[in-house]
Design a protein around this ligand. Structure first.
Ligand SMILES: *[C@@H]1O[C@H](CO)[C@@H](O)[C@H](O)[C@H]1NC(C)=O
Ligand SMILES: *[C@@H]1O[C@H](CO)[C@@H](O)[C@H](O)[C@H]1NC(C)=O
Length: 228
């Protein structure tokens, strides 16, 4: 009886701590450099590891973030990612980096990272940045926007999973760098996902959700939504 209770207690204790962690798991060895995964079928978390004998310094290396990204997109911004797909040594490390370039009035449009918080550093320019809280408990309240104008040297954090954006309000190009606490943060750009999905969402769904005429939805869904 006592043994059974002890076993139950141990089983509960084994489960409880795992309930508190929703982040990338800590690495269990020095590194696990991601290997070309084209032949593998199932990935539970991250990628399979390269044979350590075949690992080189280049697996932990990325070059080119000194160069501006191509900002001639409809939104006037470009995100250059250094995620695990660009740097295999990031596998299991729970961290990544991006460079973001903005034309004048360029926008990194409202998006979320389902798996990461993001800390953004402004190197050049003037950015209006913000994030919006999840739905309030009180039905009489609205979601809250936390926003600020950032200048070179300023740092701002976007909490995990919340809608956020950066808008270049300056007359010159702007440059920012951001680090995210996932090797593969994921990006859901709201407009692209909602209006540009393949196949498209049934327009009545979006007309009702956004409380607008279906013609507006038809127009939005006809636009050439492309991933930045
Ligand atoms: C290691 O590299 C060698 C030489 O490139 C290659 O033949 C071998 O298949 C690699 N082994 C693994 C496990 O990747
Ligand atoms: C930048 O992107 C535009 C639009 O996608 C493309 O036409 C142009 O060739 C690109 N410029 C460079 C330098 O890659």
């Amino acid at each position: 009886m006592l043994a059974t209770r002890f076993a139950l207690f141990m089983a509960i204790m084994a489960v409880v701590p795992s309930l508190g962690y929703a982040s990338d798991p800590d690495p269990l060895q020095d590194f696990c450099v991601a290997v070309d995964d084209s032949k593998a079928a199932v990935f539970v978390n991250g990628k399979i590891c390269k044979n350590p004998k075949n690992v080189t310094a280049d697996d932990f290396f990325f070059s080119g973030l000194n160069r501006a990204g191509n900002i001639s997109s409809p939104v006037g911004s470009r995100v250059t990612q250094v995620f695990v797909n660009q740097m295999p040594g990031l596998n299991t490390q729970g961290i990544s980096l991006v460079r973001i370039d903005y034309a004048s009035n360029g926008l990194n449009p409202p998006h979320v990272h389902p798996r990461a918080s993001e800390i953004l550093f402004v190197q050049q320019g003037t950015l209006y940045v913000g994030f919006i809280t999840s739905n309030p408990q009180n039905p009489n309240r609205r979601n809250t926007l936390f926003a600020k104008i950032l200048h070179p040297g300023d740092v701002f954090v976007f909490p995990r999973g919340l809608i956020h954006f950066q808008y270049n309000v300056g007359k010159a190009n702007a440059v920012a760098f951001a680090s995210l606490n996932s090797q593969n943060p994921g990006v859901v750009t709201l407009a692209n996902a909602v209006f540009g999905s393949e196949p498209p969402v049934y327009p009545d769904v979006l007309a009702k959700a956004f409380q607008v005429d279906k013609k507006i939805i038809d127009h939005l869904q006809s636009l050439p939504w492309m991933q930045n």
